[in-house]
Design a protein around this ligand. Sequence first.
Ligand code: GUN
Ligand code: ZN
Length: 433
Amino acid sequence: MKAIRASLFHCLRHPLKGHGPAFEYIPDAGLILEGGKVKALGPAESVLKGLDPQSVESYPTGLIVPGFIDAHVHYPQLPMIGAYGEELLSWLERYTFPCERRFADPAYAQRVASLFCDELLRNGTTTALVFATVHAHSVDALFEEAQRRRMRLLTGKVLMDRNVPEDLRDTPTQAYAESRELIERWHGRDRLLYALTPRFAASSSPEQLATVAQLWDEFPDCYLQTHVAENKAEISWVRELFADEVPRGSSYLEVYQHYGLVRERAIFAHGIYLEDQDWGHLQRSGAGLCFCPSSNLFLGSGLFPYRKACAHDIHVALGTDVGAGTSFSQLQTLNEAYKVLKLQGDKLSALEAFYLATLGGAEALRLERQLGNLLPGKEADFIVLDKAKTPLLERRLEGVLDIEEQLFVLMTLAGERPIRATYVDGQKSDVHA
Ligand code: GUN
Ligand code: ZN
């Protein structure tokens, strides 16, 4: 058993939907952990009563929030983050594929996977839905590193059998066999889950997409992750590639739909240029979208129509999309999300922002029974933000009593790196030591 004392904030529901309190803020909270779960939470004076103060980990200037959920990120792109000058398709050709080619070496994959997991934890991300590479061993490497750190992590072998360099291609048969073997080895083991990962429609043949659906039928509680409607040139290309396969006038999302890939537990990254009919498909299927503002700005892809997604009751998660995204920090990603909404004459409140990075992500991943807030019984993944971590933070937060303003400043000043500690499965990670 472990006891922690600090301020605490977490979301209880979508800030604009539903009834009852949307969040809970406890200025002086006690949090009791046992067996990797939250055992009790409440005001310190009642929850910690009778405990030896020496046994309580206390953070006098700390604010506990649930661990962040990054619902779209590429671990092999860690070594190429911040690659200059291109839009999506030339960025893939010029930087991404050469970088992913290096993962043919299992030892290299293992080293990057280890760095990647530490980088997530250093940035307060305790759960992630991650692209590996086309090499099956790249998936083993990442699952092993996440397992060692007791993280909740979802990943899968990238499937791509056309329009990418020859040595990075698989085939529908290989895609099926290797994914199946990885599912049997990893899905549901400890805190690990498998995600079928066709890279995007442009790099999978119709046969490969059909194979993915077949495998998903056999393992329906697996996830699926891919990209959709991110970039205008990409969209035209997909339309050409599938012109003879899908009904005339089909949208990019409808290509996936045609192959039976728009379902619950699917997370589609980007969705900047979805078409009118797509919103209904997403809503009815229960599939989620992942908003990746830092990537969308960096590649000049466009502005995600966040309000439209909310209006259609679509599950939206937040993703860094490293290495097109330029930071592993979900706080920094929220900072960018705010600006993406500002450019559309809108704004993202701190409550919506923290919901996106925590409970919203958990709901999109159908993991809200386990994750997303710190109610008793949930998995004990959380971070401690330090309101006095730097002189600027301390000065700016002085006298700010309202939790919403505190949260907004913490995301806007993400560059101050306000994370003091990351706890995974009830245990403090050593990345901040
Ligand atoms: N579309 C297909 N592959 C990728 C990728 O690696 N990153 C992004 N942002 N979009 C993609
Ligand atoms: Zn991506």
